[in-house]
Design a protein around this ligand. Structure first.
Ligand SMILES: NC(=O)c1ccc[n+]([C@@H]2O[C@H](COP(=O)([O-])OP(=O)(O)OC[C@H]3O[C@@H](n4cnc5c(N)ncnc54)[C@H](O)[C@@H]3O)[C@@H](O)[C@H]2O)c1
Length: 245
C-alpha cells in the first residue's frame, strides 16, 4: 500500500461492518487515522485499523441525528485535532414494493441515507474549507442509473445524494475541497447477507462475479487522495460493468 493518506484523519459513517469496514482498513493501511461513526459497536473495525498500523476512534452515532453528528465532530476534533476526509457510507436499503412503503419508512430511509449528509457536511465542511483541503465522498448505488423495483425510496435517497454531490462540488471546489460519489453494484456485506439476487446481478455485470467490499477500496483511496485533486462533482460507477454509460 502507498502512504497516500499519511497524517490525514478520515471520518467514515457506517464503518462498523460491511463496505465501510473495508474502507477503514484500506485507508488505515494508506496511513490515515480513522473515526468510525456507527450505531453499532466498532471494536472489530478498530482492531483491523490497528492491525493495519494506524489509530481509530469509534463513536456511537446515529447519522440521521443532528445532535449525534455534532457530538461526533466534537469527539473527532478533540481526539485527532482535525478532519480531512468525510466518507458518508452509512445507509439502509429495505426491500419494499412502493404500495407497501409507509410514509414513516420513506422518511426513515431519507433520514438515514440523505438527511445525514446534510448533518455531516454541516459539521465537517467548514474546517475543510478553512484549511484549504478536504475530501467528501458519498457511497451511493448504481441502481440510481438503472432503477430497481422494491427500492423506490432507497433509489430516491441515492439520487438525492448524487445531485447534492454535484451541487456542493461547485460551491467548494475553489477552496481545495472535492466532493464525489461511488456507485457500487450488489456487494457482499453484512446488510446483504441472505440476498437471493447475487447470481442474477452477476449476469448483468460485464465481470461475472459477486462484488466484494474490497472492490471499492482502491477507488475510495484514489478519490480521497491528493492524486484526485482535479476530480470533483463526479459519481464513479464501480460495479463490474453493469452500468456502462
Ligand atoms: N451492499 C450493497 O449491495 C450495496 C450496493 C450499493 C450501495 N451500497 C451502499 O453502501 C453503503 C454500505 O452498505 P453495506 O452493504 O456495507 O451496509 P451494511 O448494512 O453491511 O453496514 C452498514 C453499517 O451502517 C451502520 N448504520 C446503519 N444505520 C446507521 C445510522 N443511522 N447511523 C450510523 N450508522 C448506521 C450499520 O450499523 C452498519 O454497521 C450503504 O450506503 C449502501 O446503500 C451497498
Amino acid at each position: 500500500m502507498s502512504r497516500s493518506h499519511a497524517g490525514r484523519t478520515v471520518v467514515i459513517s457506517g464503518a462498523a461492518a460491511g463496505i465501510g469496514q473495508a474502507l477503514a482498513q484500506r485507508l488505515a493501511a494508506d496511513g490515515a487515522q480513522i473515526v468510525i461513526a456507527d450505531l453499532s459497536d466498532a471494536a472489530d473495525t478498530i482492531a483491523l485499523v490497528e492491525q493495519a498500523g494506524s489509530k481509530a476512534l469509534g463513536v456511537r452515532c446515529d447519522v440521521s441525528s443532528a445532535e449525534d453528528v455534532a457530538d461526533l465532530a466534537r469527539q473527532a476534533r478533540s481526539h485527532f485535532g482535525r478532519v480531512d476526509v468525510l466518507i458518508h457510507n452509512a445507509g439502509i436499503y429495505p426491500l419494499t414494493p412502493f404500495s407497501e412503503i409507509t410514509f414513516e419508512e420513506w422518511r426513515k430511509v431519507m433520514s438515514v441515507n440523505l438527511d445525514s449528509m446534510f448533518h455531516l457536511c454541516h459539521e465537517f465542511l467548514p474546517e475543510m474549507r478553512e484549511q484549504g483541503w478536504g475530501r467528501v465522498l458519498a457511497m451511493v448505488s448504481n441502481v440510481f442509473h438503472a432503477g430497481r423495483g422494491g427500492f423506490s425510496h432507497y433509489v430516491a435517497s441515492k439520487g438525492g445524494l448524487i445531485g447534492f454531490v454535484r451541487s456542493l462540488a461547485a460551491e467548494v471546489g475553489a477552496e481545495g475541497v472535492t466532493v464525489n460519489a461511488i456507485a457500487p453494484s450488489l456487494v457482499h456485506s453484512k446488510g446483504t447477507t441472505g440476498f437471493e439476487y447475487f447470481e442474477d446481478i452477476e449476469q448483468l455485470q460485464a465481470i461475472k462475479r459477486a462484488q466484494q467490499p474490497t472492490d471499492l477500496t482502491g477507488a475510495t483511496s484514489f478519490l480521497t487522495s491528493d492524486d484526485a485533486s482535479f476530480i470533483t462533482g463526479q459519481t464513479l460507477v464501480v460495479d463490474g460493468g453493469w452500468v456502462r454509460a
